[in-house]
Design a protein around this ligand. Structure first.
Ligand code: PAF
Length: 282
C-alpha cells in the first residue's frame, strides 16, 4: 500500500494507472476509520481493480463553532485498517497542500443544500463539494463511493457530478450499524456510556415511523410529531431537525404517497448525530 501526500505525485500515479488500463475507485474519508468506511472500501474493490482512499479532515466543511480541532484522528490505526482491506493507495495530504495560499474557489450546489443539514450548518456543503471536486481532480477515479448515512451529502455530490459533467460514477452504500442499531460514525467516539441509550433514539424513531406508516398513517406532520416526542423522552437530546421530505428534491412533504425520506439530526450532549431512512408505502 502506497501513501501519497502531494497532489502532483497523486495525479501522476493516477494518470499511470489509467494509462495502464486500470479502473480506479475512490473512497473519500476524513479518517478515524471504522467498519462503515471499510464497507465502502470493499464495495470499491468490487467495482474497480485499483482502490484509492483519501484521508483528509477538511477544514472548509466545519463551521467556526464546530469540532474541526477536536475531530478524532488516528493516522496509524487508519493505515492498518486500510491495509487490512487491500487499499492500493492512501492519499493523505496536509492542509496546505489542499488549500495553498491564494486559494479562492468554491463549488456550490444551490438548491439541495438549502434543506436539512444545510440550514443548521451554513457553508458546510460548499466545503464538501469543493473538497470532493478537488479530490476527484487529484485522484482521477472512474467510480466514487459514499455512505447513505450522509444522505444529503450523497445527493449533493451526485448532483454536482451530474451538473458538471464529471465522468465519474457515484455509488451510495447502505448505512452500516453497530450491533445496537446506532449508525456508525467517527463522531460516535464522543458519546459517553450514559448518552448511548439516548443516541439510540434516532434508530428507534426510524422504526416508529416505519410502523406508523405500515399501520396506515400517511400524514407526514403526525409522524414527525411522534418521532420528536420519542426523541425528547430521552435525556441529553436536542433536536436539530426531523424532516419528511422528497428523496430527490429534499423538499418537505405533507403526505406520504409513495416514497419519502425521513431524515433526522439530533444533538446528544455535544455530539451531533444524523440518521435517515426511506419510508415506503406498501
Ligand atoms: O463524509 C465525509 O467523511 C466527508 O464529508 C468527505 C466526503 C470525505 C469530504 O470531506
Amino acid at each position: 500500500m502506497k501513501i501519497i501526500e502531494t497532489v502532483r505525485e497523486m495525479q501522476s500515479v493516477a494518470d499511470a494507472m489509467r494509462s495502464a488500463g486500470h479502473t480506479i475507485a475512490l473512497v473519500p474519508t476524513m479518517g478515524y476509520l471504522h467498519e462503515a468506511h471499510l464497507e465502502l472500501m470493499r464495495v470499491g474493490k468490487r467495482h474497480a481493480n485499483k482502490l484509492i482512499i483519501s484521508i483528509f479532515v477538511n477544514p472548509t466543511q466545519f463551521g467556526p463553532s464546530e469540532d474541526y480541532e477536536r475531530y478524532p484522528r488516528d493516522p496509524e490505526g487508519d493505515l492498518e485498517k486500510a491495509r487490512s482491506v487491500g487499499v492500493d493507495i492512501v492519499f493523505m495530504p496536509p492542509v496546505e497542500e489542499m488549500y495553498p495560499e491564494g486559494f479562492q474557489t468554491t463549488v456550490k450546489v444551490e438548491k439541495l443544500t438549502q434543506h436539512l443539514c444545510g440550514l443548521s450548518r451554513p457553508g458546510h456543503f460548499d466545503g464538501v463539494t469543493t473538497v470532493v471536486c478537488k479530490l476527484f481532480n487529484i485522484t482521477k477515479p472512474h467510480i466514487a463511493i459514499f455512505g447513505q448515512k450522509d444522505y444529503q451529502q450523497l445527493a449533493v455530490i451526485s448532483r454536482m457530478a451530474m451538473d458538471l459533467n464529471m465522468d465519474i460514477q457515484i455509488i451510495g452504500v447502505p448505512t452500516v450499524r453497530e450491533a445496537d442499531g446506532l449508525a456508525m460514525s467517527s463522531r460516535n467516539a464522543y458519546l459517553t456510556q450514559e448518552q448511548r441509550p439516548s443516541a439510540l433514539s434516532l434508530k428507534k424513531s426510524l422504526e416508529l415511523a416505519d410502523e406508523m406508516l405500515r399501520k396506515g398513517e400517511t400524514d407526514a406532520k403526525a409522524i414527525v410529531r411522534a418521532v420528536e416526542a420519542l426523541i425528547k423522552e430521552h435525556p441529553f437530546t436536542e433536536i436539530d431537525y426531523v424532516s419528511i421530505c422528497d428523496p430527490v428534491t429534499l423538499e418537505d412533504m405533507d403526505r406520504i404517497d409513495q416514497e419519502a425520506l425521513l431524515a433526522l439530526a439530533v444533538k446528544v450532549g455535544h455530539t451531533r448525530l444524523i440518521d435517515n431512512q426511506i419510508l415506503k408505502r406498501k
